[in-house]
Design a protein around this ligand. Structure first.
Ligand code: ADP
Ligand code: MG
Length: 494
């Protein structure tokens, strides 16, 4: 492998990019995007629902897809986080128990309505030559949706309100059934769908719905909003091969919505889960290093010939004292294998070195200087990520302070018992602890990534939830506090 040396002079310009894809796209994501088989399945339209943890790269996939589709002349509609507000929905819509009004189905119909209107608006935009059938669509949009400034959400809410009024309002039963039928069948636009199909013969439209977890509050409306969207997505994607609606969702949210479970067969084959391994993460960082060096005038061929690990070592070195597997393994072990984590850790190490001892490769201590801040941030981020399912999780992590990284099952069950019985006091917000058994709590701490487990005997390594698909946790005898949390908790590495 070619050894790469980078001059300390480029330290000032070295850049690992922005930790969120929406900003990273302006910093070079297109140049250093790692194209996985998962991405290609999404791009091909075979998979339309992208599932992944926070920071795993869901938005990156959508950002790249949007750019590439646009460059081919596709019409791309992006629904952004400001477009939804769960709080507003809960405040606006009547509760399910105010009358049996089957929210899930109502949201599905409202989503279909919204998405079809947005799609028709897009194809009827000025300057589009609308062949065959386009005139109907144009007329409909002009007559019904020409007001500017109506956000997408208000269109959805207005349709929901129509359904709600019919369902809960004082209407004679027969008329109610007829009226509901019309609304569920989207009668207002139904007769335009054949025209839309013809228009789609000549133009491709892609809709991207991202960041659904922003502001997520697990409320009845939030759940119906997402499950309704899934149903709408499956139905609309059947209209034409040139029309694709893509949705991204965090794994935990997906698991948190019972209606999605019930529908699981309908979309299991459409799901793509984003996963990373140490090798693919190394590739991700190496590409960023090469890109950065190239921008500062380094020879492309030299950089391309250098392997991923050479690129890493040219920046981070391979200091003795760090375990034999090297500095990359040390960093990767302190992540849940999510790109955002590794970008943040590397950037923190770079910043720390710039402040204290600007050389390349970075000085021995750089990773260690960055670790306490990184570890504390991650502990807080993970707790925040689960604040609806498990409020006060940080306090639960804190119960492991100073206990040593490796715990036997008996000791772990004892700590967990103290937590669920209130023997160890945590914030009052952690009501959920009271309903759990110690085994339950171990399962939760495993699921959120806090604990790693040694599944098969003493010689096997500890593995985390991000590394194995299935694990019989009940049979595990030894656990480890994930190294990512150890510095924050003052646990010295074992
Ligand atoms: N396939 C990829 N190639 C290169 N960088 C990626 C890739 N996937 C994610 N990233 C980067 O990782 C970070 C987090 O990704 P992002 O898409 O924002 O995560 P999220 O799943 O939370 O939307 C961003 O900086 C993004 O550019
Ligand atoms: Mg995102």
């Amino acid at each position: 492998m070619v050894r790469l040396a980078l001059s300390p002079k480029i330290l000032h310009g070295l850049d690992f990019g922005a930790p969120a894809a929406e900003r990273d796209i302006g910093r070079g994501l297109e140049k250093y995007f790692v194209e996985s088989p998962a991405y290609r399945r999404v791009e091909a339209g075979d998979k339309t629902i992208v599932i992944g943890s926070r920071g795993s790269g869901k938005s990156a996939i959508f950002q790249m897809l949007a750019r590439r589709e646009r460059s081919r002349g596709t019409r791309v509609i992006e629904l952004s986080p400001d477009d939804y507000s769960y709080e507003l929905l809960s405040a606006t819509m009547a509760a399910e128990d105010a009358g049996s009004w089957a929210k899930h189905g109502a949201y599905a119909a409202a989503w279909k309505y919204l998405l079809y209107v947005l799609i028709m608006k897009e194809v009827a935009r000025k300057g589009m030559r609308l062949a065959r059938g386009g005139a109907d669509i144009h007329r409909y949009i002009r007559d019904n949706h020409s007001t500017v400034g109506m956000g997408p959400l208000s269109l959805l809410v207005s349709y929901l309100k129509r359904l709600e009024t019919v369902k809960l309002g004082p209407i004679e039963a027969g008329a109610r059934t007829r009226e509901l039928d019309r609304l569920y069948k989207l009668e207002e636009i139904h007769n335009l769908l054949p025209s839309l199909r013809r228009v789609l013969d000549g133009v491709r439209v892609v809709v991207l719905v991202d960041e659904l977890d922003r502001g997520w509050d697990s409320s009845e409306d939030a759940q119906a909003f997402v499950s309704g969207l899934f149903q709408a997505c499956v139905s609309i994607n059947g209209l034409h091969d040139n029309l694709r609606v893509y949705v991204s969702l965090r794994q935990e949210l997906y698991d948190d919505i019972p209606a999605l479970y019930e529908d699981a067969q309908k979309h299991r084959d459409l799901l793509e889960t984003v996963r990373w391994s140490p090798d693919s993460l190394l590739k991700l960082i190496a590409r960023r290093i090469r890109h950065s060096a190239r921008e500062m005038g380094y020879d492309r061929d030299v950089l391309d010939r250098a392997g991923d690990l050479s690129c890493w070592n040219a920046v981070f070195g391979n200091p003795p004292g760090i375990p034999a597997a090297g500095s990359f393994a040390y960093v990767a072990e302190r992540t849940l294998h999510r790109p955002r984590e590794i970008i943040e850790f590397c950037t923190a190490a770079l910043d720390a070195a710039r402040d204290r001892h600007p050389t390349l490769p970075l000085p021995l201590g750089a990773i260690g200087w960055a670790e306490p801040g990184y570890s504390a941030d991650r502990a807080q981020d993970i707790a925040a990520e689960f604040r609806f399912q498990y409020p006060g999780l940080l306090g639960v992590f804190d119960a492991f302070r100073g206990r040593g990284p490796v715990v036997d099952r008996d000791d772990l069950e004892f700590v967990c018992l103290e937590l669920v019985t209130g023997e160890i006091r945590v914030s009052a917000a952690s009501w959920w602890l009271r309903e759990r058994s110690p085994e339950n709590l171990i399962e939760i701490l495993w699921q959120v990534g806090f604990l790693k487990a040694k599944p098969n005997g003493d010689d096997s390594p500890f593995v985390g939830v991000h590394e194995v698909a299935h694990l019989n946790l009940a049979a595990v005898r030894r656990f480890e506090v994930h190294p990512m949390f150890q510095s924050y908790l003052g646990v010295s590495p074992g």
